[in-house]
Design a protein around this ligand. Structure first.
Ligand code: NAD
Ligand code: UDX
Length: 460
């Protein structure tokens, strides 16, 4: 098969950055250039101070330090990188459409199409174009049509190679994936990509399929994963009413090898840029083929997740004697899960929004999320003015500061450091009774109750 010497990756985000860093580490003979229209992001990837990389992932800094400017480059010169590459990964964002037909459901493919048109315009020799972004099934047909009809008569082979990494464990997931999925029609193009992964992934874990199976498998995997979280969260509500403990139920069902133990942790609700977006997209696709029952089946996963976030906020309000107006509530964590600085669709945003509408005052501490990010997340909802958000929400640098004088603490992200705090000291400086609402079932009930906290956890 064709040996790939140069790769271009369009999109230097949470997927493009870590994924290509790992390819560069494992394949020092391949030169990789990651390009992006966002010049600030590229500058951050090139920053000498590795703490300023735009993505935080355990292990990422070490790999960037090793490969950057050796065989890994970050650039805004998109045309040059496309021109020189044998293989081009498209790893741009595919957010939920917020306008027009399919608003709030369909994936917005405008960035993908722009990439295709740019590749077609620039390419002077044959290219393998790899879909790394998560795309609706049959997008490769649209890409092919654009490439073939606007190009300079060169050959394009399209592959689908969805990414299954989870944020917070991206490097470990990339180095040791459960499987690599490659969909395509042209055997030589497929073999070229298989050869790259085979540098560090055993061949029996590299699965090749047709294009449509590959595209659809990505949406399906995310739908199944999210469904497990919504399923256990639905049971957590029932646990709270009946005296059952959701962790005990998870363990009991998870030991059934047909069910399996992973991804059964009840929580305040799943977040992240993928689950909701991809299920909405799946629902939209099913509807567009007239498959109403299929659409409604998957839609429930999202409705249950919304219910869980609302339920968590309602429980706080109810427990605090039915009013949080003027009360200070400390948020521990804002990221959608631990070990990432990503906040997209984080449950914390929605819980905060409900409580702010009840006139609560919120103080946030997150070890990796900036104040600007938190305000931007709240402003984006458009529930109230950005001045009001800034008046009601304070972002601080330590958990102790956040909890000072608070009526209640809400744990929104499962950061490890929260478990190691001096909870006696925290309680001393809180209003009494001191309430803790643990949306992650992270803290130790016995320890907190011995300190006289009023401790509430999801599903107990
Ligand atoms: P992101 O928003 O972090 O990064 C996308 C980048 O693409 C941005 O920096 C943006 O500026 C750039 N971009 C957009 N249009 C461009 C263009 N025409 N030319 C050059 N650059 C352009 O998004 P992400 O989280 O990395 O996700 C990318 C894709 O991967 C999405 O389809 C997503 O569904 C999928 N995915 C994400 C994850 C995840 O954990 N975040 C996991 C698997 C798959
Ligand atoms: C997900 C998929 O796991 C990954 O394969 C895909 O490539 C991108 O989408 P990500 O969103 O980064 O990854 O993180 P994930 O670990 O899946 O967590 C998603 C959300 O579900 C988080 O908010 C997490 O806290 C929540 N979750 C996860 C639970 O509430 N309970 C669980 O048992 C697992």
């Amino acid at each position: 098969s064709k040996t790939i010497k140069k790769i271009c990756c369009i999109g230097a985000g949470y997927v493009g950055g870590p994924t290509m860093s790992v390819v560069a580490k494992q394949c020092p003979h391949i030169e990789i250039t990651i390009v992006d229209v966002n010049a600030a992001r590229i500058a951050a990837w090139n920053d000498e101070n590795l703490d300023n990389l735009p993505v935080y992932e355990p292990g990422l800094q070490e790999i960037v330090a090793e490969a950057r400017n050796r065989n890994l480059f970050f650039s805004t010169d998109i045309e040059k990188a496309i021109d020189e590459a044998d293989m081009i990964f498209i790893s741009v964002n595919t957010p939920t459409k917020n306008y027009g037909k399919g608003k709030g459901m369909a994936a917005d493919l405008k960035y993908i199409e722009l990439c295709a048109r740019q590749i077609a315009a620039v390419a002077k020799n044959d290219k393998i174009v790899v879909e790394k972004s998560t795309l609706p099934v049959r997008t490769a047909a649209a890409l092919k049509s654009i490439l073939d009809n606007t190009g300079n008569g060169v050959n394009f082979h399209i592959l689908s190679n969805p990414e299954f990494l989870a944020e917070g464990t991206a490097i470990q997931d990339l180095i040791n994936p459960d499987r690599v999925l490659i969909g395509g029609e042209n055997d030589e193009a497929i073999a070229a990509l298989v050869d790259i992964y085979a540098h560090w992934v055993s061949r029996d874990k590299i699965l090749t399929t047709n294009l449509w199976s590959s595209e659809l498998s990505k949406l399906t995997a995310n739908a199944f994963l999210a469904q497990r979280v919504s399923s256990i969260n639905s049971i957590s509500a029932l646990c709270e009413k009946t005296g059952a403990n959701v962790d005990e139920v998870s363990k009991a069902i998870g030991m059934d090898s047909r069910i399996g133990s992973k991804f059964l942790k009840a929580s305040v609700g799943f977040g992240g840029s993928c689950f909701q977006k991809d299920i909405l997209n799946l629902v939209y696709i099913a509807r567009s083929y007239g498959l109403t029952e299929v659409a409604e089946y998957w839609d429930q996963v999202i409705l249950m997740n919304d219910y869980q976030k609302q339920r968590f906020a309602d429980n706080i309000i109810q427990t605090l004697y039915n009013t949080v107006s003027g009360k200070k509530i400390a948020f521990l964590g804002w990221a959608f899960k631990k070990d990432t600085n990503d906040t997209r669709e984080s449950a914390a945003i929605y819980v905060a929004d409900y409580l702010l509408s009840e006139q609560a005052e919120i103080t946030v501490y997150d070890p990796k999320v900036s104040a600007e990010r938190i305000y931007a997340d709240l402003d984006y909802l458009n529930t109230r003015s950005s001045e009001e958000n800034r008046a009601l929400v304070k972002v601080v640098n330590t958990a102790y500061e956040a909890c000072n004088d608070a009526h209640a603490i809400a744990v929104l992200t499962e950061w490890d450091e929260f478990k190691r705090y001096d909870w006696a000291k925290i309680k001393e400086h809180m209003k009494k009774p001191a309430f803790v609402f643990d949306g992650r079932k992270l803290l130790n009930r016995k320890e907190l109750e011995d300190l006289d906290f009023k401790y509430y956890a999801i599903g107990e």
